[in-house]
Design a protein around this ligand. Structure first.
Ligand code: SF4
Length: 376
């Protein structure tokens, strides 16, 4: 059993989905194009590109689509390749594609010990389509196969009249209430979140009171960190990254302007270096991943696993997942000395400020007007 050296939030930009939830971020961003993008690199190349030696150790890849993650046929092949490399993998899914779960449970049992499935509980859509039973049958199938899982609900106003139903069916079928995440309304500038509010017509207090009914540590954590600007030294870029699995583009974090392509030449070393005190997000958008894994070692947070596992119902059935998800990245990484911290702070400040400046004066448009094209 190995602890996590680096964490990667991985996107598969599939926008196809078989459900249509009102609060879906893809619908909010007007991006429901129902597309399944082609992989630029095969799952085998992706696996090799992300081998343990190149990545510096055992990593944790959390994979999510911009639609249903399991719709593309290649998703399961990528999962297998990453598990074969010895990494931990999480897949966020709407839990409805039964054939995909039948395929997943056939993977080698030894590999499945490092797989976790996060089932997004879209209660009203499941009810409307009359597939609630299929959803819970799929979770149980996964559990029987020794795969760890989490049941997670995005709290929104529509669910409020159904709180007792949701709690009862969850307790009956998976032994505990779902973990709950705050749902946000996003205001975007270009592709970045410029501002966010809780997606509700209730007051903040009423919304929080409703969320508390699920006794969910995940909810308390997402509320606590919502819209809190981070000013501490953050090791995103070194201990973590944001990776597009279709293109191979790796970013230090969501709002960082530069990328490196890590699939193009898999022999080339990857540059891992922290962003430092330069988080240019309005808040840590995925705090329950990044902050709980410990990208900011100065912050005292519950572990990733404590926010998700319902220990009383044994959702994490594998000891490997229990150990890895309850560790912190500072246990496998060294913090920088003062001088290195100073250097990365200055360097990234210059990069971010100059990119913002270029955007502001519209230099790109000017260059285009002069007849130069952006290199594709
Ligand atoms: S604090 Fe900022 S830079 Fe660090 S992980 Fe969160 S969003 Fe990324």
């Amino acid at each position: 059993m190995e602890k996590i050296k680096r964490f990667f939030e991985c996107l598969i930009p599939v926008t196809a989905c078989n459900l249509k939830c009102s609060y879906c971020y893809v619908i909010q961003r007007n991006n429901r194009k129902l597309e399944i993008p082609k992989l630029k690199y095969s799952p085998e190349i992706i696996g090799k590109a992300l081998n343990k030696k190149r990545m510096g150790g055992t990593c944790y890849f959390s994979i999510c689509g911009a639609g249903e993650t399991l719709i593309p046929n290649y998703t399961i092949d990528i999962i297998k390749e990453l598990l074969k490399q010895g990494h931990y993998v999480n897949i966020t899914t709407n839990g409805t594609l039964t054939k995909k779960f039948d395929e997943i449970i056939k993977i080698d049992k030894n590999l499945l010990k490092r797989l976790n499935l996060s089932f997004s509980f879209h209660y009203l859509e499941l009810k409307r389509l009359n597939i609630l039973d299929d959803f819970f049958d799929n979770i149980n199938k996964i559990k029987q196969a020794g795969i760890s899982f989490v049941l997670q609900l995005n709290l929104c106003d529509e669910y409020m009249p159904y709180v007792d139903e949701i709690k009862k069916i969850s307790m009956d079928r998976v032994g505990a209430y779902p973990q709950v995440a705050l749902t946000r309304k996003e205001y975007l500038k270009n592709t970045n979140i410029e501002r966010a509010e809780i997606l509700t017509d209730k007051t903040k207090e009423e919304y929080i009171k409703e969320g508390k009914k699920y006794s969910s540590p995940l909810f308390d954590f997402t509320v606590k960190n919502f819209n809190v600007k981070r000013k501490e030294f953050c090791y995103a870029g070194d201990w973590s990254g944001v990776l597009n699995l279709v293109t191979g583009e790796l970013r230090k974090c969501y709002a960082y302007p530069l990328t490196q392509n890590i699939f193009e030449n898999i022999e080339k070393p990857i540059k891992f270096e922290a962003l430092g005190k330069n988080c240019n997000g309005t808040f840590c958008f995925n705090s329950s991943h990044f902050l709980s894994l410990g990208v900011i070692p100065d912050l005292d947070t519950p572990t990733y696993g404590k926010l998700r596992n319902r220990e009383e119902a044994n959702w994490y059935s594998s000891d490997d997942i229990k150990m890895a998800f309850n560790s912190k990245l500072c246990e496998t990484n060294h913090e920088y000395n003062m001088w290195k911290k100073f250097k990365v702070n200055v360097k990234n400040r210059i990069i971010i400020s100059s990119t913002n400046f270029v955007k502001k004066i519209g230099l790109v448009k000017i260059i285009k007007k002069l007849g130069y094209k952006k290199h594709e």
